[in-house]
Design a binder for this molecule. Structure first.
Ligand SMILES: Cc1ncc(COP(=O)(O)O)c(C=O)c1O
Length: 321
């Protein structure tokens, strides 16, 4: 279906919402990009997904500084200068969230990208000789509770190796693999897909990292592999170590998945998501397991508890009543 010319009903573009666009705050649905935008044609952009959680204590961004550090490193690789240090980008985000006054949990989507050819540059695929841009959208997105869990397929699309597509950043063009995997998974009746790397080991899910549990021991593939070093993954590694649960970063094979007692996915957008079946085979008992439940509770507590031991992970979005 071709889009019409009216602003789409995309999250973040609702009338009344603000966006940060190329140096200024603008009504989100008014922002426009030229048809020649380089990032549209060649996928040269880096984005992030950041959460703001609302609790009785107010609205708090979670690990926003770490997300912007990852984004800045990715943008450096693509020669995209961003308009500030991580702390300045966090400040911009706080200002945008204040303007948008979300009454529930919110999702923040910054993207830095290549915009236009500079005068004298011929058309083509480059990283320099181009103008750069950055925008930020925010939208309301309630946090998924532990929920019903998901059923995954194993994708026939492999996660591109890091010498083909850098794995450390959320590079816009790289998400075509995820879109193909998602389409395939949905057509087969699955909710999500697990992508293998070139050697046949588990890389990650479409937009999430993977953990398995065997005899109470958590295992997740190492970040030296072809996977995004997820901030939720890192958060969970920290929390489970503090809780005294055994955890190792080591390669995970499809056989490890099928024989695991529990499997879960984790990401900023979705939190901790139990996987109940893979390729039609139940994982463990086929129900949400005790370790996944415990890890979910640890994550929920840290994202909503500004006074806790990880208070430094939370940034207050002070709103005027
Ligand atoms: C490909 C991919 N892997 C893993 C993740 C999880 O990363 P994070 O926990 O930083 O959100 C994401 C997040 O969207 C992702 O896109």
């Amino acid at each position: 279906m071709m889009a019409d010319r009216e602003p789409a009903a995309s999250p973040g573009l609702r009338p009344g919402r603000w966006a940060y666009d190329r140096g200024e705050f603008v009504p989100a649905s008014d922002a426009r990009l030229p048809l020649s935008t380089q990032a549209l044609h060649y996928g040269i952009g880096v984005f992030e997904g950041i959460r703001a959680y609302r609790s009785a204590h107010g609205l708090f961004l979670f690990r926003a500084h770490d997300h912007y550090e990852r984004m800045i490193r990715g943008c450096r690789m693509l020669r995209i200068p961003l308009p500030g240090k991580p702390s300045e980008l966090v400040d911009l985000t706080v200002e945008l969230l204040r303007r948008n006054a979300h009454s529930e949990d919110a999702y923040v989507r910054p993207v830095g990208y290549k915009l236009s050819l500079l005068p004298g540059m011929p058309p083509g695929v480059f990283l320099s000789g181009l103008s750069d841009a950055m925008s930020i959208l925010t939208y309301s997105l309630p946090t998924q509770r532990l929920g019903a869990g998901v059923r995954c397929g194993i994708s026939s699309w492999r996660r591109p190796p890091r010498d083909t597509l850098p794995a450390q950043a959320k590079i816009t063009g790289g998400y075509v693999t995820g879109a193909l995997a998602s389409d395939e998974a949905r057509a087969a009746g699955h909710d999500d897909a697990i992508l293998l790397d070139r050697s046949g080991n588990v890389a990650e899910a479409i937009t999430a990292n993977v953990f398995i549990i065997r005899d109470g021991h958590l295992v997740t593939p190492p970040t030296t592999g072809d996977l995004l070093p997820g901030i939720t993954r890192d958060t969970l590694l920290t929390l489970v170590r503090e809780a005294g649960l055994p955890v190792t970063e080591q390669p995970v094979s499809p056989a490890d998945l099928f024989s695991a007692d529990e499997v879960f996915l984790c990401s900023t957008g979705k939190g901790v998501v139990p996987v109940l079946a893979i390729s039609g085979r139940d994982i463990g008992t086929g129900a949400i397991g005790p370790v996944t439940t415990e890890v979910h509770a640890l994550y929920e507590a840290v994202t909503t508890m500004p006074g806790g031991p990880h208070a430094g992970w939370l940034t207050s979005v002070m709103e005027t009543p």
